[in-house]
Write a protein of this length. Sequence first.
Length: 278
Amino acid sequence: MASTNTIRLTAATIAAIIGSPVLADCRDDWICVDAVDQGGNVELRAKNLQDYPLTYTLRVRTRYFDVAGPKTVTRTLGPQESASVMLLNKADVRYEGDYRYFLEWTVGDKDAVHDDDYVYTLPYASGKSYRVLQGYGSRFSHTGLEAYAVDFDMPEGTPVHAARAGVVARVEESHSIGCWEDGCGRYANYIVILHNDGTTGEYYHLQKDGALVEVGDTVARGQKIGLSGNTGHTTMPHLHFAVYRATEWGNTQSIPVRFQSADGVVMRPRHGARYQAT
């Protein structure tokens, strides 16, 4: 889940508040970017407002400022961490400089090392089985960043269970729309659970008011966390589940994982197969 922002400031604005942050631009109660005057130069600083790691990308465009270092930076901020992003040095005092930055972010650690030996439980109740609509590498919509996501054919209101223990980092449950046109993704209800290795388990297309947990809750493996639905970018009721690692520009890359079923360990969920949870 990403958030994007574009800001433009002039040198005259910067000079108006000497030695103080001239901008505290905060997004979704998660990340702030402060612009701090440094005697005509400008330091951009990023602060994580939450108790979970996040990964951001910031790119700057300038006029009459030189950037000390790369103009595009992707970094992970730890819980409540504040850090310098870049320094903009005034290039020519004869001209009023300005700059614009672009910011995107997502939950998780870009340097997370997933334990590939970990075996996940299937994201539904023990003894239940559901058909796989899309497995790994499905050409319908599970390509690229979503190559290792799995869609389970679930009627609306089916209990969804945590495939791995963790802490609830994000919840959205206010939407009731499901559609397939461009832009429908913004209507998805979801739960994002942060794992102890910095990856996230994400459960999408939940029904309206279908979250049974709140941000900050610690959840156990197999715990009931929500109710499936048909919201967001979807053609039919189902649960979209994947484990992700944060990447640049607010994106996340799905990771191949293994699932425990009643018949053994599932290495690669197959389209059309049904797997019974233990």
